[in-house]
Design a protein around this ligand. Sequence first.
Ligand code: PBG
Length: 328
Amino acid sequence: MNFPVTRLRRLRYNSVLRDMVSETSLSANDFVMPLFVCSGTGVSNPIHSMPGNYQLSVDLLVEECKKVVASGVRSVLLFGIPPHKDEDGSVACEHNGIVQQAIRAIKQDPATKDLYVIADVCNCEYTVHGHCGTIVDGDVENDLTLVTLGKQSVSLAEAGADMIAPSDMMDGRVGFIREELDKHGFYKTPIMAYSAKYASGFYGPFREAAESAPKFGNRATYQMNPANTNEAVREVELDIMEGADIVMVKPALSYLDVIHRVKQEFGMPVAAYNVSGEFSMVKAAEANGWIDGPRVMMEILTSIKRAGADIIITYHAMEAAEILKNRR
Ligand code: PBG
């Protein structure tokens, strides 16, 4: 049937009905809030390019986690800024590493112990050169890097991490980490793999936040070319075969097609990382009065969910959860 019998606007005149036929809905359950932990006590360094985000020492990180809980968000993703760095990221594997301390503190406080704590696994915040692994002949050496990634993962699981999320893009790391976790008895700890992680300009603000910008070159020999999607499917497929429980596409907004394709092809739980640059663009435009920030935020998050993401890692998590509370 065509017009005038069919009128698609009929379902749009009433807001109750609009909500009834809404195809996508966001929930605080979908969100993961990324947080940055640094050494010291009472430290709260604002991250200028990411308004509302801070490098927090462990004590204040726990306070921030209480706010996360109050917002209704139930999971955090932790990144560490260690007091000193080294050549191969061994500092990330120490029993008293910065993220290890943070996890123990969160798990010890009755107000935050039920937060689901995901630990990012990568070397770039821990190496003096800022690359995601061990450098040999001017490039990141894949197989040597696996060894530190495995150690870091086990150490974070020992500290109480609920989930391990490798973001380094080394070949074979999911399988290697799975084996190391299992060997140490952590067979219940899931792996969320940053499977299709692109070499992206959208990570700029994060590198200020995590002090992890590479000191030479770039990440193009390990992160993916933004032009590719068949390759993303191969990356995801390999990670699934190596034992990934959740696969991730990152960034989110410029890669909605990749999120959609990965969900369609594999039907796996898919995470999308709404990265720092995507957040900062919204905040900057909002601060200039150029856009309605909260509205654009909700539209972006909805689009990521609509594309096929089950989990959205986003710096907007708490703000969006507060808005959802006030919606019916
Ligand atoms: C570490 C890592 C990065 C991000 C998450 N984990 C940065 C990078 O690869 O340089 C980016 C997150 C963001 O931009 O919000 N490898």
